[in-house]
Design a protein around this ligand. Structure first.
Ligand SMILES: Cc1cc2nc3c(=O)[nH]c(=O)nc-3n(C[C@H](O)[C@H](O)[C@H](O)COP(=O)(O)OP(=O)(O)OC[C@H]3O[C@@H](n4cnc5c(N)ncnc54)[C@H](O)[C@@H]3O)c2cc1C
Length: 377
């Protein structure tokens, strides 16, 4: 979180994460990958979402949040481009029909539910192999460490959840300055929705980084201008907005580790999150809501546990916005797949807005312009 023009306040904070939006704040904390151990994403737990929600911010496109990336089962590298040169086989070595990095990843997910899946980059010729090594050397690290040659040997793979990091949901921004619905609160990069640039699917590629840089510039400018218009802020009061994990409760401190694992149990399984269906989503939401009730009634943990507890609470809040939005979109579009509504349905050519902490709500929001309609396709 980058705070613009901070001023000291008489209100002495006792815990971290209790900033009030009295000046201007840019949330730039990335998305939420639910501690799934994917490359570079284990610091992305949706903390900024939670902070913003506590200030009353809204989210959008949170149903587009179930990106799963191919990775070696023994590593965290989720760069999927090179799997375009892979063949995918089952335990017995038989090729899995339809399995592919692009357009066949759901086949891999279904196969993984039955047993191990293996890949081998056997479709890359010598020249391509040389380019691969040079262009993305970190792709090969887990192989070099384990002594596997991915071009000549097959290796077990898995699909790791990258959540909103490679999704398109996030804080709803309402104008060109990347302002959220809360005055003085701005969002940039993966923390903000990317629905405006790529609808319901991001994948990899330069648009994500381009968005991070562009929106960061616009949000910074917007926040600075907001703070400038406030003028001299001395004497302004700050208010604590932090909720779960930051206040006195029922005497039982919030257990971040256990809570994070419980949330993962709801968002990792392919049958819940990759292949969505009303009954399964509803049951999962019942469990997630119960976790939220417990978490919000709990005591703040000690300072050593606080960070983990807030991360887990943010993951939990994110999961609830995701699944409520997923229930609201009764069609399949972009990365959002519904087993019970497998087709795209033009009645859902709108955005799904969500928000709330104790009570999570959703609503439909019409596309703002033709341009946005095209982006949503
Ligand atoms: C494996 C992978 C490959 C990718 N490849 C590409 C690509 O080839 N091209 C492309 O354009 N995009 C790519 N992306 C997407 C791109 O990385 C992101 O869109 C971009 O990094 C977003 O930038 P950001 O600054 O918004 O968020 P991030 O880069 O995620 O940074 C967020 C920062 O906030 C910090 N943070 C989180 N919570 C807190 C907190 N509570 N307090 C303080 N700090 C906090 C985190 O530690 C992190 O440093 C890839 C993503 C992944 C996961």
């Amino acid at each position: 979180m980058n705070r613009v023009n901070p001023e000291t306040s008489d209100d002495k904070p006792t815990k971290s994460c209790r900033e009030a939006v009295e000046f201007a704040v840019v949330i730039a904390t990335g998305g939420c990958a639910f501690l799934s151990k994917t490359l570079g994403s284990n610091v992305l737990t949706g903390d900024g979402y939670l902070l913003a929600a506590e200030a009353g911010a809204e989210f959008t496109s949170m149903e587009f949040s179930n990106a799963y990336a191919i990775s070696p089962a023994f590593g965290s590298v989720t760069k999927t481009l090179f799997y375009s040169w892979a063949s995918f086989t089952d335990e017995q070595g038989s090729v899995i029909p339809g399995a592919s990095s692009k357009g066949g990843r759901s086949v891999i997910a279904r196969a993984l539910r039955k047993g191990p899946v293996y890949a081998q980059l056997d479709q890359a010729d010598a020249e391509t192999q040389r380019h691969m090594r040079v262009s993305q050397p970190n792709f090969f690290l887990p192989f070099d460490r384990t002594g596997i040659d991915p071009f000549t040997q097959r290796f077990p793979i898995t699909l790791r959840l990258e959540g909103t990091v490679r999704g398109t949901g996030g804080l709803r921004i309402i104008d060109d300055s990347c302002a959220t619905t809360v005055p003085g609160l701005y969002a940039a990069g993966d923390a903000a929705t990317r629905e405006l640039i790529c609808g319901g699917f991001t994948g990899g590629g330069s648009h994500n980084a381009a968005w991070a840089m562009s929106s960061g510039y616009w949000a910074g400018q917007g926040a600075a201008e907001f703070a400038r218009q406030l003028g001299n802020t001395s004497g302004r009061q700050s208010f604590r907005r932090g909720t779960v994990g930051l206040r006195s409760g029922n005497g039982r401190p919030l257990q971040g580790g256990a809570l994070a694992r419980s949330v993962q149990d709801e968002v990792f399984p392919y049958e819940l999150n990759y292949f969505r269906e009303a009954g399964r989503l509803g049951e999962s939401l019942g469990r997630l809501d119960a976790l939220w009730s417990d978490a919000s009634a709990a005591d703040a943990p000690d300072d050593q546990e606080l960070l983990r507890a807030r991360e887990a609470a943010a993951m939990l809040a994110t999961a609830r916005w995701m699944y409520r939005s997923a229930l609201a979109r009764q069609e399949s579009r972009g990365m959002h797949r519904r087993d019970d509504y497998p087709e795209q349905d033009d009645r859902y050519l709108h955005f799904v807005t969500t928000g709330g902490l104790d009570d999570v709500w959703t609503s439909a929001r019409p596309l703002a312009s033709k341009q946005y309609a095209e982006a949503a396709e």
